[in-house]
Ligand binder design. Sequence first.
Ligand SMILES: Nc1ncnc2c1ncn2[C@@H]1O[C@H](COP(=O)(O)OP(=O)(O)O)[C@@H](O)[C@H]1O
Ligand SMILES: [Mg+2]
Length: 250
Amino acid sequence: MIRLDRVSKRFGEMEALRDVTLTVAPGEFVAIVGASGCGKSTLLRLVAGLLPATAGHVVLDGRPVTEPRADTAMVFQAATLLPWADVLRNVTFPLRLMRRAGRETEARARALLATAGLAGFEHRRPRELSGGMQQRVAICRALLQEPRVLLMDEPFGALDALTREEMSLELLRIWQGREMAVLFVTHSIPEAVLLADRVVVMSPRPGRVAEIIPVKLPRPRSFDQEGSAEFQAAAQRIRGLIYGERVRAA
Ligand SMILES: Nc1ncnc2c1ncn2[C@@H]1O[C@H](COP(=O)(O)OP(=O)(O)O)[C@@H](O)[C@H]1O
Ligand SMILES: [Mg+2]
């Protein structure tokens, strides 16, 4: 459904991505890890239609991506909420903007907020919430759109460890219930392995795909699986690629 075909991206002299080829199936959960500056955010922005590629093709459902699409939602590292609108209006904003809000939109928004532990905060303003709560609002806003493609750029980076674990499991629960392809950028190798069907390991300067590691842990996933041999092997392999000679020499 998502296809990147030898995609390169330059910012002037800076070669952010070189020859990235990647296919994501409908409903697949793909994590992206790699050193900072290796082009992870750039990759997501290309798929989101927020940036044009310098060379190569980004294709969604057989059509080139040239602009943001209604079936694609993105969650950034820092919640980008409207400061003047309350939580409920923030969550329903994209649907209202796209004129896709219906009678049931508010009820669905309230249900999602409750799932994210935000019941009772519907009429607060963003500044009255902690960073972690704001980020949960941004995640609810993306999920309410029921996107076919969900792009997440270090979405849990601002959350404390416990909330982070709760939110990952919640994300998996929601993802499992629908056909939604997820591209999930994270700094955390355990998080990537716990969540993903495949982990794309990127190497820097220029950003390229070093290797794609399949994760064959059964679903539903839980943190209990962290002790399993399969989990440890995948995490070890990714660590080796990120910190090992192969990537440094590339
Ligand atoms: N808008 C931009 N203008 C110029 N350089 C950019 C821009 N966006 C990203 N870069 C550069 O491209 C490289 C990849 O950046 P980025 O995709 O943000 O990496 P990551 O998300 O993996 O940390 C970095 O060297 C960064 O400085
Ligand atoms: Mg980034």
